[in-house]
Design a protein. Structure first.
Length: 231
């Protein structure tokens, strides 16, 4: 099975911390967060991983290598300019095959049951399945409007209205059927701002699976400090 781990972001909100190391290499519980994600993917049957890189790419490559010590094969793509979350996946389209694959944001930590998400995706015959969790303050998150059967009826990135349309937020973990890659254009494209809303508007089968625990994000100094309190 295949997965794409997104690891190209600059992490600018972390200031001096990410000036000297890429955000996915920040440690949580003694291990770089991207390594946690590689190991999580392997735990759930992934043996081939594709990683997009941009900022301080060589530090990630030096740590993960070809993936063999983690039981996977890793292929890298270095982006001269950022392609966004969806554009970062699109560049691997020729290598991803005909089966559903995972997309994991490489700068978040979770221990989610990826096998359960894959089974959910197949059961729903979905085009895209999104891991969701409940969050009180959704202003920095993508928010899903969830129907009773799990279908996502709408999606808003970083909503500003109060009250927000929902408290089910995007965990940055997807199962994607290869047929949706045609919806991603060339250049910079984002899942939350463009692709997910477009798929919903087009009537494609986009579903959300709720997980009981939050992902651990390290987007800001405050969130990073909180992440160091232990898993």
């Amino acid at each position: 099975m295949k997965a794409v781990i997104l690891a190209a972001g600059k992490g600018e909100r972390l200031g001096a911390i990410t000036a000297v190391r890429p955000k996915p290499m920040i440690e949580i519980a003694g291990k770089p967060v991207i390594q946690w994600n590689v190991e999580l993917c392997r735990q759930h049957g992934v043996d081939e991983i594709f990683i997009n890189l941009h900022h301080l790419a060589e530090i990630i490559i030096d740590h993960l290598g070809d993936g063999s010590r983690f039981g996977v094969a890793i292929t890298y793509a270095q982006e001269a300019s950022l392609l966004g979350t969806a554009g970062g996946v699109k560049q691997f389209a020729q290598s991803l095959g005909d089966e559903p694959f995972l997309v994991v944001y490489g700068d978040n930590y979770s221990d989610y049951d990826l096998s359960a998400l894959l089974a959910f995706h197949r059961e729903k015959r979905a085009d895209m399945s999104i891991a969701l969790f409940h969050l009180d303050d959704v202003r920095l998150s993508g928010v899903a409007l969830l129907e009773s059967d799990g279908r996502i009826a709408g999606f808003v990135e970083k909503p500003i209205q109060s009250p927000p349309p929902s408290h089910w937020v995007n965990a940055g973990i997807y199962v994607v059927s290869p047929t949706i890659l045609a919806s991603i254009g060339e250049g910079e494209w984002d899942f939350g701002r463009q692709i997910i809303p477009h798929l919903i508007e087009a009537g494609r089968a986009v579903y959300g699976m709720v997980f009981p625990r939050k992902v651990i994000a390290i987007d800001t100094p405050a969130l990073l400090e909180k992440s160091q309190q232990g898993l």
